[in-house]
Design a protein around this ligand. Structure first.
Ligand code: C2E
Ligand code: CA
Ligand code: CA
Ligand code: CA
Length: 274
């Protein structure tokens, strides 16, 4: 509780899911989530906007409470990061992606979101190498997405881990580009394979100022030889605009919604590719 002025004490904010009991409850359930089979992965297609080909998929974590109620990642991921549960969950996600998506050749490349906490854990790259080898996969089929949103000093541990991953051929993608202040310094420190432009830019494209901004960002990234993916493509108009801007890849509800591995090959426009 935080004292606020003389007689007003902020005990909890009903708008903030991270406060109080709910967060504690989630923290407790996260400890048993894997053995209770409360976690799963869904996959969202990534499409080549010029050819229409299915290039890959992003793995997104799903959690449910023991009574079956879903919990959004925006609620449980921060709790998992705070308690350290993210380390085990992240390893589970990497293994599961290799098993149910890559080894079955449902898709060529799959990306997994990764927190800085995970990259700082000794042995992360070794775990990735072992898991790939176990499933007979080459490194280039796996990508890690690092969000620029996190308040992270690009420290030596993280950089060392990333270069180990790159030696394995694993791709490193920069997620949510343009949402924080860190993006440009990340680009200076790390050789990314792909930059994912945050969906807020596409939504600002309804206005000319937004389109100018997006074009500037695209030319900066192009200049650096980076592959560009735009997130949050929700309409045909969005897709047409991205084709006109010669974006490499798109992702969003218009391309396909996240789906479990078993249904993945059948998502939306890729049904014929099954
Ligand atoms: P993100 O990595 O930026 O993932 C994209 C989010 O946008 C996903 O939400 C996805 O379902 C949603 N999305 C996809 N297409 C569209 C669209 O066209 N329009 C709109 N409005 N939204 C779209 P989700 O699954 O709720 O994930 C939220 C965040 O949780 C992710 O953001 C990511 O930062 C985090 N997260 C999810 N899975 C993992 C994980 O396995 N590990 C870690 N560390 N973080 C994860
Ligand atoms: Ca992501
Ligand atoms: Ca994100
Ligand atoms: Ca993103």
């Amino acid at each position: 509780a935080k004292a606020n002025g003389r007689n007003c004490v902020m005990v909890f904010d009903p708008e903030d899911p991270q406060t109080g009991d709910e967060s504690e409850n989630i923290a407790a359930i996260l400890r048993i989530a894997l053995e209770q089979r409360l976690m799963s992965l869904v996959y969202q297609p990534i499409c080549n906007v010029q050819t229409g080909a299915l290039d890959g998929a992003e793995a997104l974590m799903r959690m449910k409470m023991p009574d079956g109620t879903p919990v959004t990642p925006n609620t449980f991921i921060p709790v998992a990061e705070r308690t350290g549960a993210i380390v085990e969950l992240g390893r589970w996600a990497i293994r599961t992606v290799c098993e149910e998506l890559l080894a079955t050749n449902r898709v060529q490349v799959a990306s997994v979101n990764v927190s800085p906490t995970e990259l700082k854990m000794p042995g992360f790259a070794a775990y990735v190498a072992a898991t790939l080898a176990e499933h007979g996969l080459i490194g280039t089929r796996l990508a890690f997405e690092i969000t620029e949103g996190v308040e992270l000093e690009v420290d030596t541990e993280v950089v060392r881990c990333i270069s180990e991953l790159k030696r394995l051929g694993v791709q490193i993608w920069l997620d949510d580009f343009g949402t924080g202040f860190a993006g440009l310094s990340w680009l200076r420190m790390i050789e990314f394979d792909t930059v994912k432009i945050d969906r807020s830019f596409l939504h600002d494209c309804a206005e000319e100022r937004g389109r100018v901004m997006l074009r500037d960002i695209i030319s900066l990234l192009r200049h650096r030889g980076l592959r560009i993916l735009v997130e949050g493509v929700e309409t045909e108009e969005h897709e047409d605009l991205m084709r006109a801007y010669r974006i490499d890849q798109i992702q969003g509800y218009h391309v396909g919604r996240p789906a479990p591995a078993a249904r993945f090959a059948m998502v939306d426009r890729f049904r014929s590719a099954a």
